[in-house]
Design a protein around this ligand. Structure first.
Ligand SMILES: Nc1nc2c(ncn2[C@@H]2O[C@H](COP(=O)(O)OP(=O)(O)OP(=O)(O)O)[C@@H](O)[C@H]2O)c(=O)[nH]1
Length: 955
């Protein structure tokens, strides 16, 4: 034990563990050996039991074979015998050599006897079979013999045969009864048969030598003897069987006894072995328990007692006795531990002193810290108060605003809201807080709005500003303006959104009202001009898409002013309202009726397939417009009635734009009015084109006047006889910027009878006067004639305007200007024109009748118009040398002039001959290419100075 104490703790534990392990292994080995030995014995015993069971099985099968000769049973017996033999041969551990030899010889004997028995049984079966066959054959023979005539003649023989038959049957019967085997009955039956056969042999028939009968009887006898011999032999085998059977069962009994003895001895061995095992195991168990107890005791002394001493010292130190020490005199780890512990206790005592010093310092530091905390806390409380006051203020401001202000976190839930939001949406504050913002919008849009809001939060867009529909708690929808802005924390991290919602329901209603006012007529409620323009535009797009037609009907009430004037404005209003309603009723869905002012309406008729489609609608409109209406007049309610004039244009036959269609419908309405009212008129495109062209020409000519593009050329007029230049005809030319110098025929017809032609005519007179004034200033006094159209001459203010122009150029004497009246056939009111000419004449102005002779009423003009000169048309002059008709006319005109005391001048003098001829007729005044072509004004003075008549003219 002292030695054990000297060991280290680790060694003590290792040693104890080793001893315990050795004991456990020894226990395990003993138990394993015992188990193996017992199981061996049990195996032997089981084998013996098997052998015994097989012996019983062999007995059983052998008995079955004995009883029913079952070939299967015999086969199994041989099989089991062979198995058992193998087992016995291999059982050298159980059986002694003698036992084994004796068992094997018993088994071999049994097998030999069983084989013999099987052979005997087979032979017996063969004999019995033979006896049976012979028996049947005998019966047939006996039947044959009994049937023989001769036998019937010998009753003894017959009787002997009958007896024999009976005896054979008896034998048969006796043999078939197994208990009777070998019994006296069989022996007696056999003796009787011998007796009967002897009787038969001695019978007379047998002996009489009737060969055939004798042969038959002899055969019967022989067969009967054979039968009997077979039978007896089978009986012998039956006896052999019985003895072999006995031998068999005896051997098997002996074998069984031998096996049982072996089994008993095996059981005895097993019992002895189990007893030995139990004793050994118990002994080892006791040794183990003792060893464990001894080891535990040693360990207790070596470990527990020092540890307890250490624990005691620890408790003492824990209780404040830092002088306590553990007194342990062992050399192991516990001893080391106690020494370390004692050292630690010393250190602890020293540290404690230091600690107390430090604790004092710490206490002082803590006091100062607490004071600082106190001060800081007071500051924080003050700051919190300020913050709370500020928050209160902000909340009050937020709650005062009539708008919803709220905060939304990054998941889209409302985290803060003002009281206006509670009022606006009708949710209690605690429901609003935590609610998803998107629950406030239209439920069908929730998912889309949620996605958009989350996208906004994760985007760079910091603010949204839009109008949107929201939903109150009671399900009521309302329009509001939403402003949403991303909010961030101090570190720039996104915190969510701040939202402001302002209810704009009233604003929108006001806006809708304004829109309504802007688009609808206040009196009738019909669309106004603005909305009409929009609808017409849309209708045109649809019409082009559907490839059909639409009509624009411009409707103006007839005589509406009279209603106002006679019955008052209110009555007029009533009438407008009632007629608007009726007219609207007679249109189709899709058509538009608009009031564009006063008593003017426009209907847009859509989806027409042809122009004819609009006629029934227009008829209905006319009918509705002239229906009777009861209106409140100044004199009380009265039946009033007006009618309407409608102008219609149809798109795309009229391919104009919306404005063009309106204008054309208006023009057509004007025509309807002109044609007697209460009717509709379809706009005429060709007519419109003509007017347009006329208008353009007029505008172009005005522009030419303004741009000074018109110029006057002058063609000299001469006296061919005297060689005097008598004047010049002013001929207009257009110095067109693109087309060059244009003759009057190129542009005057386009402005014929248009107001601009008057302006051009006046310009010609004014320019000629200006030119005359200029020439005069140069010393050239040259009378000038200008052409005046019938249209201009018929203007009521012509004389006045001429006077004004003459007054402008006062230095030019009126008698120096001559007006050549063109197109005299176009003069409508001869009396009026005559008066104008006389008025002009009174001013000193002379007239010439141009192209005289071309019109068939020229003579009337000559008679009634106060013209001092006749101008022979150049067409007659040019051809008079060849055409006697023209010459006759020229002659006639010259004669007329002379008769009426008028001057005559010929134009179209192209050659010297023309001049000669005219002179010969008596016409001295002339103009034409033969004299001079028309020339610019600046060339005239030189030409006048240099011109000389043809020598032949003066002759
Ligand atoms: N009662 C009423 N009269 C209006 C209103 N607006 C315009 N008027 C009058 O309607 C009349 C329309 O004038 P016109 O179309 O020239 O009169 P009208 O007698 O129909 O002439 P025709 O069209 O040539 O047959 C004018 O006297 C306007 O003063 C309105 O809102 N109410």
């Amino acid at each position: 034990m002292h030695l054990f104490n000297q060991l280290k703790l680790r060694q003590k534990v290792g040693l104890s563990f080793g001893v315990l392990m050795a004991l456990m292994i020894a226990n395990a080995v003993v138990v394993a050996l015992a188990t193996w030995s017992v199981s061996q014995q049990m195996g032997h015993q089981k084998m013996m039991t098997n052998v015994l069971a097989e012996v019983s099985q062999v007995r059983l099968l052998a008995s079955r074979f004995v009883n029913n000769h079952s070939r299967d049973a015999a086969q199994q017996v041989f099989q089991i015998l062979s198995t058992t033999r193998d087992q016995v041969e291999r059982a050298d551990a159980v059986l002694t050599a003698d036992q084994r030899q004796s068992m094997l010889s018993l088994l071999d004997d049994f097998k030999l006897n069983f084989q013999k028995y099987v052979v005997e049984i087979d032979q017996k079966a063969a004999l019995e079979s033979r006896a049976s066959a012979l028996g049947k054959y005998m019966a047939l023979q006996l039947q044959e013999a009994q049937d023989q005539t001769f036998i019937r003649a010998h009753p003894d023989t017959l009787r002997a045969l009958n007896v024999l038959e009976f005896q054979l049957m008896t034998l048969q019967w006796a043999a078939n009864i197994r208990p009777a085997m070998g019994s006296p009955a069989v022996v007696d039956a056999a003796a009787d048969i011998h007796q009967t056969l002897a009787t038969l042999r001695n019978s007379s028939t047998f002996t009489n030598g009737h060969q055939r009968d004798g042969l038959l009887l002899f055969r019967i006898e022989r067969d009967a003897l054979d039968y009997l011999a077979s039978f007896e032999n089978s009986q012998r085998y039956q006896r052999l069987n019985a003895s072999t059977e006995n031998t068999l069962f005896r051997i098997s009994d002996e074998f069984k006894v031998a096996v049982q003895q072996v089994e008993l001895s095996v059981a005895q061995v097993m019992h002895n072995r189990i007893t030995q095992v139990v004793v050994v195991v118990l002994a080892i168990f006791v040794v183990s328990v003792f060893s464990a107890w001894a080891l535990t005791r040693s360990l207790r002394r070596a470990i527990l007692q020092p540890v307890q001493a250490l624990v005691g010292a620890t408790h003492e130190i824990a209780n404040g006795n830092l002088q306590a020490r553990a007194h342990i005199e062992v050399d192991d780890e516990v001893g080391e531990l106690s020494r370390s512990f004692n050292q630690m206790a010393c250190n602890l005592a020293e540290s404690r002193v230091e600690l107390l010093d430090k604790q004092d310092a710490l206490q002082r530091a803590q006091d100062s810290l607490e004071q600082r905390i106190q001060e800081r806390t007071e500051q924080l409380v003050a700051a919190n108060h300020a913050l709370a006051a500020r928050e209160l203020l902000v909340n009050q401001i937020m709650d005062t605003a009539p708008i919803s202000v709220f905060l939304v976190d990054m998941t889209g839930r409302i985290t803060q809201a003002n009281s206006s939001m509670v009022e606006m949406f009708g949710y209690p504050m605690d429901t609003l807080i935590g609610m998803e913002y998107v629950a406030l919008v239209d439920p069908t849009e929730i998912e889309m709005r949620r996605q958009k809001m989350l996208a906004l939060m994760n985007s760079e867009i910091s603010i949204v500003d839009l109008d949107r529909k929201f939903l109150r708690a009671n399900g009521e929808e309302f329009w509001a303006h939403l402003t949403g802005k991303l909010i961030s924390g101090v570190a720039g991290e996104k915190l969510g959104l701040v939202g402001v919602i302002a209810d704009i329901t009233a604003q929108r209603e006001h806006q809708q009202q304004l829109e309504s006012i802007a688009h609808f007529d206040a009196l009738t409620g019909l669309p106004n001009r603005l909305l009409l323009a929009d609808r017409l535009q849309q209708a045109l797009i649809q019409c082009q898409r559907k490839n059909n037609m639409l009509a624009v009907a411009y409707l103006d009430l007839d005589g509406f002013k009279a209603v106002n004037d006679s019955h008052g404005h209110e009555a007029g209003d009533d009438l407008l309202v009632a007629l608007s309603r009726r007219m609207k009723e007679c249109l189709r869905e899709g058509d538009t009726l608009a009031r564009i002012g006063g008593d003017e309406f426009v209907a847009v008729l859509v989806d027409l397939q042809s122009i004819d489609d609009c006629q029934p609608l227009l008829q209905r409109l006319l009918h509705a417009a002239c229906s009777q209406v009861t209106s409140n007049t100044r004199a009380g309610p009265k039946e009033l009635k007006v009618s309407a004039s409608i102008g219609v244009t149809v798109f795309p036959r009229d391919p104009s734009d919306a404005d063009g269609l309106m204008r054309h419908a208006d023009q057509a309405m004007y025509v309807a009015k002109q044609s007697g009212k209460n009717a509709y008129h379809l706009f005429d495109m060709a007519h419109d084109e003509a007017i347009k062209t006329q208008h353009e020409s007029q505008e172009r000519m005005r522009s030419a006047l303004i741009q000074n593009e018109l110029v006057l050329y002058y063609q000299p007029k001469v006296n061919m006889r005297t060689g005097q230049v008598t004047g010049a005809e002013a001929l207009i030319r257009w110095a067109h910027p693109q087309h060059g110098l244009l003759a009057p025929a190129a542009f005057l017809p386009t402005i014929e009878d248009l107001p601009v032609s008057i302006e051009v005519g006046e310009w010609v007179i004014a320019s000629a006067l200006a030119q005359m004034s200029a020439w005069q200033a140069m010393g050239l006094h040259l009378p000038v004639s200008v052409n005046i159209s019938a249209y201009q001459l018929q203007q009521s203010r012509f004389a006045i305007r001429l006077n004004e122009l003459l007054a402008t150029y006062a230095d030019v004497h009126p008698s120096w200007i001559q007006l050549e009246v063109l197109e005299t056939s176009a003069l409508e009111d001869m009396g009026k024109v005559g008066q104008v000419m006389r008025d002009c004449h009174a001013m000193g102005v002379h007239f010439a009748l141009d192209d005289f002779g071309t019109g068939y009423s020229s003579l009337t003009y000559l008679k009634r118009l106060p013209a001092s000169t006749l101008k022979i048309d150049q067409s007659f002059v040019r051809d008079m040398l060849d055409d006697p008709g023209d010459l006759a006319i020229v002659n006639g005109v010259v004669g007329l002039a002379r008769s009426f005391s008028r001057e005559v001048i010929a134009e179209g003098v192209e050659t010297c001959l023309h001049g000669e001829k005219l002179l010969s007729i008596g016409c001295e005044l002339a103009q034409g290419y033969g004299i001079a072509r028309p020339m610019p004004a600046h060339q005239i003075p030189e030409w006048v100075a240099n011109w000389h008549q043809e020598a032949r003219w003066s002759a």
